[in-house]
Design a protein around this ligand. Sequence first.
Ligand code: MN
Length: 254
Amino acid sequence: MIDFHAHLDLYPDPAGAVELCRQNGTYVLSVTTTPSAWLGTKRLAKAAPRIRTALGLHPQVAHQRKRELSLFDTLLADSAYVGEIGLEGGKEWKPFFSDQVAVFDHILKSCEQAGGRVMSIHSRQAATDVLNMLEAHPKSGTPILHWFTGSQKELARAIDLGCWFSVGPAMLKSANGRKLAASMPKDRVLTETDGPFGMLQRRPLFPSDAALAIPMLAELWALSTQDVEALVRGALTSVGELAGPQIWKGMYVI
Ligand code: MN
């Protein structure tokens, strides 16, 4: 099981959530929403080598947390993964869009200077702006567009720009999500839940629920579930290699 975008620190019992993931053997990219949450969230998973903690600054809090960019830059040297970052174009957050752009631009520049990072990126109602900024920072690393909801045209551009994707059961419940996933390059797709925000049947998803995406992808791609599992495992290994051998040595050979 691979959940490449979950908020372990935002479950009601974060330590319990980590322990369950450890027992289940789930590979998790544990994303954070503020730089000040990173060290504590990372510490939670110190006995769980399959959990990797990404340094993030979520676009929905960019205007409140932009002062934490200096902390972000300090911590970046120790984090192979960055996320959740990106832009949020929903009308509730539109008044803060210029702050979001300034924060995301700063982060992409910092990642470029640091030699590139694996980045889990939010692009809801802002896919074109996100892609413009990624194009302007080609050395920022490997972008993984999480829960992509753009148009087919934006998807085609994202693929051309070398983006990867993480898709989950909640996204694949919608007709548009399925249509997008059907057009994604099969070797650049990871599974995710976005739990506890990602929900299914009014229940917050747990990282092990990322497995629910496998049969859904198998149907869309006309492949067996075993083939899809192998593809997703392969994508995890490739992304791990991109994150740097010093981080991944001896790991994720599955
Ligand atoms: Mn998220």
